[in-house]
Design a protein. Structure first.
Ligand code: NI
Length: 260
């Protein structure tokens, strides 16, 4: 049984006391790697430190769209420097968020473009957050794709088929979180059945978005298995096959080197 949690936030306070145990439970559940993403320069710096201490943990660095308002030029320079670290496999979390309305859209777009450019410069894929901003995100991605092919993933996808198709056509992967396990997510499960198998990833977005049946509790990478079970059921394959497929996809996208 192999799984990779392609999106978590393990530097959050709720993991302060027991990160080693959390990673132990992940390993016991078959999770061979976790990609943990920074949301600010400081959090990206912490992620890189953690990734150097834990062999199963890799980092992504960036500034989450909802945290771009107070971010400085110095923060961005810091993110760009961190991005060169060998334990950093992706750029993000970035994207656009029109749900919280805490940061004006033009400011978010400026920062989204910086991340897309950094992804191109470093050759490391981008992890994209999109909340109530599907047409805006797709417009930005098309704009960026004019300069050359994109590499990245739409994280915790819960959008329309039209958006999924547009992202797939741009070469992106699509990742599913605990949202796929919720009772109300019937349309999303229908969409999952149409996603090409070689573009599908799984994630937890820990400590958020706990899948059924642990919804409401702190999420952790071991729970990615519960989402993988739902995906396997939708695709009509075994959990092991789903794990193998999504693990190979994640390794290809993030350039993870097989451990001896
Ligand atoms: Ni996230």
């Amino acid at each position: 049984m192999r799984l990779i949690d392609t999106h978590a936030h393990l530097d959050e306070e709720s993991f302060d006391g027991d990160l080693t145990e959390v990673l132990g439970r992940a390993r016991a559940a078959g999770v061979e790697a976790v990609l943990s993403l920074g949301t600010t320069f400081e959090s990206s710096r912490r992620m890189v430190e953690l990734a150097h201490r834990h062999p199963d943990l890799y980092a992504a660095v960036g500034v989450h769209p909802n945290y771009t308002a107070p971010a400085t030029e110095g923060d961005w320079q810091g993110v760009c420097e961190l991005a060169r670290d060998a334990r950093v496999l992706a750029i993000g979390e970035t994207g656009l968020d029109l749900y919280w309305k805490t940061v004006p859209l033009p400011h978010q777009i400026d920062w989204f473009r910086r991340h897309l450019e950094l992804s191109r410069q470093t050759g490391k894929p981008v992890s994209i957050h999109c909340r109530e901003a599907e047409s805006e995100v797709v417009a930005e991605l098309r704009h960026a794709a004019a300069d050359g092919p994109l590499r990245g993933v739409m994280h915790s996808f819960a959008g329309s088929w039209e958006t999924a198709e547009a992202c797939l056509a741009l070469g992106l992967y699509v990742s599913f979180s605990g949202i796929a396990t919720y009772k109300k997510s019937e349309a999303l499960r229908e969409l999952i059945r149409k996603i090409p198998r070689d573009r599908m990833l799984v994630e937890t977005d820990s400590p958020y978005l706990s899948p059924q049946p642990v919804r409401g509790k702190r999420n952790e990478p071991a729970h990615v298995r519960m989402t993988a079970e739902v995906l396997a059921r939708e695709l009509g394959c075994s959990l092991e096959e789903l794990g193998e497929l999504t693990t190979e996809n994640a390794r290809r996208l993030f350039g993870m080197v097989d451990r001896a």
